[in-house]
Write a protein that binds this ligand. Structure first.
Ligand SMILES: NC(=O)c1ccc[n+]([C@@H]2O[C@H](COP(=O)([O-])OP(=O)(O)OC[C@H]3O[C@@H](n4cnc5c(N)ncnc54)[C@H](OP(=O)(O)O)[C@@H]3O)[C@@H](O)[C@H]2O)c1
Length: 345
């Protein structure tokens, strides 16, 4: 058994970590931090976990956290983890950061989208936690930059096809939609019920922070420099994410070639479910789960591939993938704590 601490445990991603880890056979939850709720029982903040989580929230204290946790999940807004993580790593702790602070290998790319990086020396040490792609590096890592939700949903279908040289990367367009929990639990006008009900809108058009993250990883796939066209949308759901991705083909490939490439890459991956050519995916089928469902349509006469991908932004897009990273780092069953399937209706 390992002891686990969650920093920012009462945010949406933090609470999802608590939910998942409460059912993990190898884990004891030992520290849950929160500024606003320090001293209060966690179950009082999230009554859905009443009787399941016997811990009080506490203020962040690095020494106490390190004494009582082997692995630490950081579920804070970006900018804060890079202030806290250097001390935790120096004390020999494994850290899985859900923010963007350790996702980039190029500090300039991070700084182009966020703010000056104050722990640049750790970027060469951190591993991008897209489990199905970088699993071998994750197994030996002590610091993980857990991918963004949009990045997970878009990179998983694209990466193997770009790597195989099937796609003309200059043509890539990703049209993606997220439920409102992607913006976190803090109150804001944007996610006010009156603003999102009966509404479906693009936002941060041409300037979303996940774009440079995706560009960096897709460029790593080796088919040329990627400058993705990415348009995110807000949909009136609490959780769930869909990406429809349009890609010009570089080779004269068939639907069977696309299916074979995805299947060779992901056939043994427990959380990727591949759909046959032409079958649509649905966020409802992955709700509350760590699955990423991937479908595709090949428009042969136009030389265009359309990929469709769905995840739960809080699970495979955040906390589920973070737990999957922990499982790989510790040699646990990859699916430990993550065996939930969605509701049939
Ligand atoms: N939501 C998603 O779908 C999603 C997906 C992928 C990645 N992520 C990443 O996961 C991290 C957490 O996201 P979230 O959606 O869980 O956000 P959230 O609901 O806003 O939670 C963040 C938590 O951090 C704590 N916190 C501590 N210091 C803070 C400060 N100075 N300012 C604001 N909050 C502070 C807050 O709790 P206290 O105020 O009580 O301390 C808050 O509950 C972010 O980096 C986000 O980018 C989220």
């Amino acid at each position: 058994m390992i002891n686990v601490g969650i920093v920012g445990a009462t945010g949406y991603a933090g609470a999802e970590l608590v939910r998942l880890l409460a059912g993990h056979p190898e884990v004891t939850l030992s520290v849950l931090t929160s500024r606003q709720y320090a001293g209060q029982p966690f179950e009082a903040i999230y009554p859905s976990m009443k009787g399941q989580i016997n811990l009080d929230c506490e203020a962040y204290d690095a020494a106490g956290l390190c004494d009582r946790a082997d692995v630490i999940f950081m579920a804070l807004p970006h900018k804060l983890p890079m202030a806290f993580v250097p001390e935790l790593v120096a004390k020999g702790k494994k850290v899985i950061d859900l923010s963007a602070d350790f996702r980039f290998s190029d500090p300039a790319a991070y700084e182009s989208a966020y703010q000056p990086h104050t722990a640049k020396d750790l970027l060469s040490r951190s591993v991008y936690g897209l489990c199905e792609v970088f699993g071998d590096q994750i197994k030996t890592a002590d610091l993980i930059g857990n991918p963004g939700c949009y990045a997970t949903c878009i990179l998983l279908p694209l990466y193997p096809l770009v790597k195989a040289g099937m796609i003309d990367v200059s043509t890539l367009i990703a049209d993606a939609k997220s439920g409102a929990s992607g913006a976190g639990r803090s109150l804001s006008l944007v996610t006010h019920i009156c603003e999102i009900t009966e509404s479906f809108k693009p936002y941060k058009v041409g300037g979303h922070r996940h774009k440079p993250e995706m560009d960096e990883i897709l460029t790593r796939a080796g088919a040329g420099t990627v400058d993705l066209t990415f348009i995110p949308h807000l949909i009136p759901m609490s959780r769930g994410m869909e990406a429809t991705i349009y890609a010009g083909l570089r080779k004269d490939v068939t639907a069977a070639d696309i299916a074979a490439c995805l299947s060779e890459s992901y056939g043994k991956c427990p959380f990727i479910r591949l759909y046959d050519h032409g079958l649509p995916v649905d966020t409802a089928n992955v709700r509350g789960t760590n699955f990423c469902d991937i479908g595709f349509v090949l428009e042969k006469t136009k030389g265009r591939l359309v990929l469709m991908s769905v995840i739960d932004n809080l699970v495979k897009g955040a906390s589920g993938q973070a737990v999957q990273n922990m499982n790989l780092m510790y040699g646990f069953e990859e699916t430990a704590g993550l065996s939930a399937i969605s509701f049939p209706v």
